[in-house]
Structure formats: C-alpha cells, structure tokens
Design a protein around this ligand. Structure first.
Ligand code: NCD
Length: 314
C-alpha cells in the first residue's frame, strides 16, 4: 500500500490507523511495552529519501521504525547528498532503491506529483512525506488524530485554517480529510493572494462541507473549535515568483489578543515550524496543542508502517 494522498482514505480506515496509533502510544509508555513492540518488525527496513528540509517528519518516521525494530537508512538533503546532484532522475533513484529491497520508502520532494511519479516505478510502498505544494497526507493523519484526541469527535466542528494556504500542503491535506466527516465547517483565513486552491474548494463542495474565506481572523476565531495555523512558505515563493509576497502581519498572528476571543474549549494547532505567526507566550495556554501534535506524529507513523508491512488495511 502506498500513502500518496488523503483521497485514498475512508472513515473505517482512519479508525483502524488511529486505533493502532493509540495502541503504540500506550506501548511506548512503559519499558515492558517498548520491549513488546521492539521485535515486531525486525528485518524490515525504511529508507528516508528527503529532497527538502525536515525535522519532524524525517525523524519521527525514523523513530517510529526504530521503535518497531526496523532499521533505517536514507539521506536528508537528497538534492545535494544523493545522485540527484549528478543529474539522476527521481525515477532512476527509486528504481535503484527498489533493488535493495527495503520495506518502505518515505519521500519528500519539492515537486507536486513527485510521490505519484515515484510510486509509478516502485514495487516498494511509497509514503508521500510532502510533495511540493501538493499534499502531506501523513501530517493530515496526525492532525486529525490530534483533533480526535482533544475534542473527542471529528464531526460538527468549526475549524479555522489560516496562513499561506495557496502554498501550504498541510492545510490542503487536512481540509480535504475533514470532508470525510459530517457537519464540519471551515473558515479559511488568509490574505487574498494566499487563498486555498480551487481544487480543494471543489473537493469540499463535492463533499458538502461548508467553508468561507475571510481576512478577518478575530471574527473567525470567536466560534472556533480548532485553530490550525501555518507559516508563510517563503521557500516556495521563490519558486513561484508570480505570486506577490505579503508577509502576514499582526492581524494574522495568534497572540494574547487572539487568545482573548478564542473559546475556552478550543485547541490551537500548527504543523510546525512556526516562524512568528504564533507568539511564544501562547505556548503555556492550555489550548495550545502543537507540540503534542508533533509528538502524535510518531504514533501515527508507527501505525502506518505496521499497517503497510502487515498489509492489514481493507
Ligand atoms: C510542514 C511541511 O513540510 O509541509 N512541516 C511538517 O512536516 N510538519 C509545514 C511547513 O513546512 O510549513
């Protein structure tokens, strides 16, 4: 099984993944539990192939594999450290890695559609760890897992998604995954030149998910159950010079003034890294769950690896 897009999942599959993730979270909480799962996938291997910077995704996949007894190989900064620097195509690199018979290849690449290209030439499962301005499906899975953990439901939610939504792949994936659940409503908060893509809006309309687009962050926050904030994707602005860069200002910053209008039982999420759009004084607010959210990534990735290797997802 490849993991290429959130479109491939249905509700029962998400429940299966989240159940496994909870199980692994519980196992990791005790040394006997850690030992019990440490032999689960001995002999299996993961290759991390990252052509773009990563902290959480690459390390949490590596840690997830290690906790399950797998061995981990790979390269960070593959653009420079792999044969890509000599001009090798992604397809050729994937074909070569297939020859080493790994159990799974985790790929992050700056081009939208690259994970699909890799999967087309690979017998080994490909996990899309972010393809340019396309998708980041495993991030959306851990985001949803975090919402479920904190809110105890995945329907009937008002989710406020803000930031650079035209270039941010995590917002794109999460919004589309939320469309699987009933009665959710999304407010997209962004500057007019950073709005969420038409393809995402079409997907939401097809799934009858109600959404609005606004520049008024404070009024959107007033009724939020979930706030999902993102950074300006500066590195992609360079590659996409047609779009004007407008730095988000104080009106797009989650700070003490934003906390004042946010409901007491809401949660504040961010895929991280944040670079100013959530001020550090928000971190101690009980509604801030972004570091826990990052931690959940490891459990969800353990679940995915386990499910892919055992081929247990219907
Ligand atoms: C995100 C990404 O790579 O898209 N990072 C992550 O994996 N948590 C978000 C970002 O870089 O802004």
């Amino acid at each position: 099984m490849n993991v290429l897009s959130v479109h491939q999942f249905d509700q029962p599959q998400l429940e299966e993944i989240f159940g496994r993730a909870e199980h692994f979270g519980e196992q990791l909480a005790s040394s006997s539990g850690r030992r019990a799962i440490a032999a689960e996938h001995i002999g299996e291997t993961l290759i991390n192939l990252f052509y773009e910077p990563s902290t959480r995704t690459r390390i949490s996949f590596g840690m997830a594999a290690s906790h399950l007894g797998m061995s981990v190989e790979g390269t960070e900064n593959a653009e420079i450290f792999s044969s890509a620097a000599k001009g090798e195509t992604l397809e050729d690199t994937i074909r070569v890695l297939n020859e080493y018979d790994p159990s799974v290849i985790v790929l992050r690449h700056p081009e939208t559609g690259s994970a699909n290209r890799a999967a087309a030439v690979s017998d080994v499962p490909i996990i899309n760890a972010g393809d340019g301005m396309g998708e980041h499906p495993t991030q959306a899975l851990l985001d949803l897992f975090t919402i479920k953990e904190a809110k105890e439901r995945l329907d009937d939610l008002h989710i406020v998604i803000g930031g650079d939504l035209v270039r941010g792949r995590t917002a794109r994936s999460l919004a589309q995954l939320l469309a699987l659940f009933a009665n959710n409503r999304i407010s997209f908060v962004s500057l007019p030149n950073q709005q969420i893509g038409e393809d995402v809006k079409e997907h939401l309309s097809d799934h009858k998910l109600e959404y609005e687009e606004t520049v008024d962050m404070h009024s959107a926050l007033r009724t939020a159950d979930v706030v999902y904030w993102t950074r300006l994707q500066k590195e992609r602005v360079v590659a996409d010079a047609a779009l004007d860069v407008v730095e988000p200002d104080v009106n797009f910053t989650i700070n003490q003034a934003a906390l004042e209008v946010l409901p007491a039982d809401s949660i504040i999420m961010h895929p991280l890294p944040r670079v100013g759009e959530i001020t550090p004084d928000v971190d101690n607010d009980p509604r801030a769950v972004y570091f826990r959210q990052a931690g959940n990534g490891m459990y969800v990735r353990m679940a995915l690896l386990d499910i892919i290797i055992n081929d247990t997802l219907d």
